[in-house]
Every structure is written in C-alpha cells, then in structure tokens.
Ligand binder design. Structure first.
Ligand code: WTA
Length: 571
C-alpha cells in the first residue's frame, strides 16, 4: 500500500518538505496573500468573494455549485458578490450595525450563502444554526447571543419561540408566507429592491465575525466567538491541507451550523477562489457517490461516520460511479479508523487524510499533510506555526508515548477570542499558557499524535458534539421523568450513540410506548441528533453528595467496566 502522496503543485510554501516549512515558518508571511496587508482594510467577505469578483479572470468563474433533490443552481463570484451586497443593503435598511448578532436558521441554499456574506459585509456577527434544531435549542442560542435579527424560512419559523426572545427585532423570511406583521421582512421582495452595490464595512482583524454554539459537559451550549483574523489560518490550511488549486472542484459535506461547514465549507475554498459544491438534502451512499461523480469533485472533506457508511455499502456501490476526478480525501470530527483508510486505498486508490481540530480552535491544527507519511490511526502532526503537546493537569509537558491532555500553545490565528457572555468559561480552557482541548491523546517519538478519547462527558455522535446536560435538562421537562443521566455509548457506525438513564415520577410505568414518547419529546423539542437512541429506566441515578450526576459511573455500569473511585457517591 502506497502511503505516500505528493500534492498537485507547490504553492508559496515548500509543500514537499513540511518539516523544513515547520522550521522556517511565520504567520506574518501568510498575511502577504491578502489585500489588507497593503491597504490595512479588512473584511473576510471581501477576501473570500469580492476580491475574486473584482478580478476580470475570476469574476465569471463558478463559486457555488448548489445541488439538492429539487433544485440546482450555479452562482459565479460576481453573482455571489452582488447578492451578498443586496442582502447587506437589506440589513442596513433595518438598522443592523457592526457587532450586532444576526442569526441564520435555514437549510443550505444559495440564499443562505448570500445572506451569510451579507451579514459579514455589514460588520455584524453571523450565527448559523443547524437546521435540525428544535425550539429549545433555538431558544438557548438566540437568547444567549441576544440576536437582533434572524433569517429563516416559513417552515422553520414555528420553532422560533418569539415570546421568549425580546432582543429579536426582525425576522427575514426566505420563501412564500402569509405573515403580515412588520416584524417580518420578505427576503425575495427586499432583495429585488436592493442595490447590488454596497460599501463594505472595513473592520479590524480582531473584530467579531462568527459565533458557533457548541456543547461542553456542563451547562448550556456556549457561544464560541471568532474574529476576522481567522482567515489567515483558513487560507494557509486551504493550501497545505486541503491542497486546493485553481481548477479544483471542492466539496465539504458539513452543515454550516457546525464549524467545519463554515471554516471549510465556506471560508477556506472561497479564500482560495475555488469552485465549491454545496449539497442540500439528506445523505446516502448513493447520493454521496452521485455528487462526487456528477460534479467531478476533485477534493472531498467529510467525516468518519460517512466513510463508515460507505464501507458498509460495499465496493460495488463505488464501481457504479466514475470517481476518477477525485484526488484528495480528508476526514474530521471523530477518530478515523485505520480500517477505513485501508478500505479507501482499495476502493478509491487514495489515502484518506485525518484532520483534528475543534469549534474553539477555528481551523485545523493537527493533520495529515498530503506530502507526508500517514500512520493509519494517527491524527498526524501539527501544522506549521502551531505547537501541540501532551500535558498533565498542571500544564507540564509529558514525554512521548505517555497519555495526557492534548494541548495547544496559545496564540494561533483562528483561535476563539471569547465565549460569549462567559469570560470565566473562556479562561477555564487555559492552563499554564496551553489551550487544553478536553481530548486525551499521546504523541509518538516522531511527533505523530494519537487520539484516545474525550476527558469530559461530551458526547460525539456521528461527528456531532452533544452536551449531556442539554439532553438531561430537556428529559426532565417531560412529566414522566424525575431524573436523568446521559452518556455516550460506543457504536461501530456512529462512534457513539446517546444513551439516557431516567427515573420515573410516581404514577408512570416503564413501557416501550412511554420510552418512545420520551424519545420523541427530545427529538421534537431539542433536536433529532440529540435524541437518545437508547433509554433505560432505573430506580435511582447515581449522584455525588453535592448532587452532580455521576455519568462516569453510569458509563462503567453500561459497559461492564470497573467502577473506580465511588467514594463521593451519595448514599
Ligand atoms: C473530536 C469539529 C478524533 C474531538 C471540527 C474534538 C476528533 C471534537 C477529530 C471537536 C479527529 C475532531 N480524531 N476526534 N480527527 N476531530 N474530533 O467542536 O473530541 O464539533 O474535541 O469540532 O471532535 O468537535 P467540534
């Protein structure tokens, strides 16, 4: 098996010898790729879209290749630039100002991308929400961010609890509707009337551009705040890791409600001026392969869960399609099984490149670079300009092959700058100058990192991060549920599934119907991806004397593992 691959062409760095690049690299050099390095005027929307629209050779190039079961559409850089200008004008008309939070709650569609860049062009902060969120999830995020405006569809509007959202001034509706109140703004109508010229708001590199809500093991989801400066790392990794070149057709399967769908579904490809495939609708092996084939995708960024599904679908499914354009595959979000890499070599004759990073890190940090050796099962090595290590709980570095906290030296360009409204939470990530990820890993003698697991109770199901607290809080809102403890249970296809243990209130009896009803309650109240696949009724939920749910103990019981220290267990 040939585990060596050389990228298609050298960019501004020595892509053939990355260890050399690591030695001599400086982030200052990357800045030379941006117009603001000369003008001092910054806006990530300009660098990603308008810059190409101003370039006579590029303006008519396809930026967005949109495809869903019922709609297909292409937008050039020029068209995307104009549409986002129009939307920026709509926002200004309704008093959106720099720093305001404007949220998007709509499926992937050309309108989503025009609106997204329109928000950034006004200097406001965009907050994309996953389209599968239900009322509770939407409420938590819009309340915490004090969002002023929301862009959604008439279909999704029912999940927006407006009575609980006093800061929400206006709602832009994309699609036909019968709402007449002046709280609503009609997307189509306003866009038609809006000018395609817009004076972009020039901002500082450190000004906010994006908030992504993500889950921890305690508390409600937290608003991870990113700034325009992140573009430096999006751009560099687009070159080194995504290996994007002028003629590539790129496809990232992630939803823009998650960080992969913005950093690598929006910014990285467009900062490089590459044609970007956006696919709406549900996924199946048939339409994954169909999309790769139909658009002659050359570079594909996806997730282990998807790849494992393809493995299950078998090699015959691959053979039905012409995938000869494909030259580079990457994966993120969960551990990439070595067997999947081996399968990829057979099925596609290509290596699958694992990448590790987080919502909080804003961009890739530990990766398999095309020109470097791959060690199946390892996440690879840090990118140039990033120092990663394994540290103990006090932030002291540990020697090779010793398991500990995967940590990054503070200060890479795309690092989150705060947690919205929660400064103490932000501070809690840092120990002795290291950003501590919450993942455990070890590093081998040659500097390759090997993921071991989460150190906290965060659940990773099909690559989506779910906080047990959010699910537990929703569970106990159901009249039958007295207490709840939620864990991630290992699953061969999904990585983990969500398992909930509950106790019942008096008068309720354990039955399959009741459990299904409770499951539906989460699915329709919080989000489908957060609904427990397994529910089990217990007589009691183990708690510490201070009342904290002992999820670790639940997990040990579930997996038949030793229970460890239970001295803090309540009687
Ligand atoms: C996990 C997604 C193993 C990890 C970009 C991390 C991974 C969390 C990998 C972040 C990988 C991400 N191998 N685990 N290559 N990449 N993870 O914030 O536990 O949704 O902390 O960001 O996903 O998930 P998030």
């Amino acid at each position: 098996m040939d585990m060596q691959r050389i990228p298609a062409q050298d960019g501004i760095y020595n892509l053939q010898n990355f260890d050399k690049t690591r030695e001599t690299f400086s982030w200052e050099d990357v800045k030379k790729n941006f117009s603001w390095n000369e003008t001092g005027k910054v806006n990530i929307a300009y660098e990603a879209i308008d810059r190409h629209a101003e370039d006579t050779d590029k303006k008519d190039k396809t930026a967005l290749l949109y495809s869903s079961p019922d709609r297909e559409e292409k937008l050039t850089f020029d068209e995307l630039s104009k549409k986002s200008n129009q939307f920026a004008n709509v926002l200004k008309k309704y008093d959106v100002e720099k720093g305001d939070r404007v949220f998007l709650f709509l499926p992937r569609s050309p309108e989503f991308y025009a609106a997204f860049f329109g928000i950034l062009k006004t200097g406001a902060i965009a907050g994309p929400l996953f389209e599968a969120f239900m009322e509770q999830a939407v409420r938590d995020r819009l309340q915490d961010s004090e969002a002023k405006m929301l862009i959604t569809t008439p279909d999704l509007l029912g999940r927006v609890p407006q009575e609980d959202l006093p800061d929400l001034e206006k709602i832009v509706l994309v699609g036909d509707h019968n709402e007449s109140s002046d709280k609503y703004i009609d997307f189509q109508k306003e866009m038609k009337e809006a000018s395609t010229d817009f004076d972009i708001e020039w901002v500082d590199l450190e000004d906010g551009m994006l908030i992504h809500y993500t889950s921890g093991s305690t508390g409600k989801p937290k608003g991870v705040y990113h700034v325009h400066n992140a573009m430096i790392q999006h751009y560099a990794t687009a070159e080194w890791v995504l290996d994007l070149n002028e003629d590539d057709v790129y496809w990232c399967t992630a939803d823009p409600g998650w960080v992969t769908g913005t950093s690598y579904g929006i910014f990285a490809p467009w900062l490089k001026g590459v044609t970007n495939v956006i696919r709406g609708g549900r996924f199946s092996p048939e339409n994954w392969y169909g999309t790769l084939d139909k658009f002659n995708v050359t570079i594909w960024y996806t997730a282990p869960t998807a790849l494992r599904k393809l493995v299950s679908a078998g090699e015959d499914a691959v053979k039905k399609h012409d995938l000869s354009s494909l030259r580079h595959i990457m994966s993120v979000g969960e551990p990439l099984n070595p067997e999947v890499i081996t399968w990829g070599m057979k099925a596609f004759d290509l290596r699958i490149h694992d990448t590790w990073w987080m919502t909080e890190t804003g961009a890739q940090l530990i990766v398999n670079i095309p020109s470097e050796e791959i060690r199946p099962g390892s996440m690879g090595k840090p990118i140039p300009g990033v120092e990663a290590s394994i540290v103990d709980n006090e932030g002291n570095e540990l020697p090779p092959n010793q398991m500990g906290n995967l940590a990054i030296k503070k200060g890479w360009p795309s690092m989150m700058r705060k947690i919205w409204n929660r400064p103490e939470k932000f501070e809690s990530y840092f120990v002795n100058g290291w950003y501590v990820s919450g993942d455990s890993a070890y590093k081998d003698e040659d500097g390759y990192f090997w993921f071991q697991g989460r150190l906290d109770d965060v659940i990773n199901t099909s690559g989506e991060r779910v906080g047990p607290f959010e699910v537990e809080s929703k569970l106990i809102e159901h009249p039958a549920v007295a207490e709840a403890g939620v864990i991630g249970k290992p699953d061969p296809e999904r990585g983990e599934i969500i398992k909930a243990f509950i106790t019942l209130n008096d008068g309720y009896k354990d039955s399959p119907e009741l459990l299904e009803e409770i499951r539906q309650f989460i699915k329709t109240g919080l989000s489908a991806h957060a609904a427990p696949r397994e529910l089990e009724v217990k007589d009691a939920i183990p708690k510490t004397r201070s009342g904290k749910i002992m999820r670790r103990l639940l997990k040990s019981w579930e997996l038949g593992l030793p229970t460890g220290d239970t001295s803090t267990l309540e009687e």
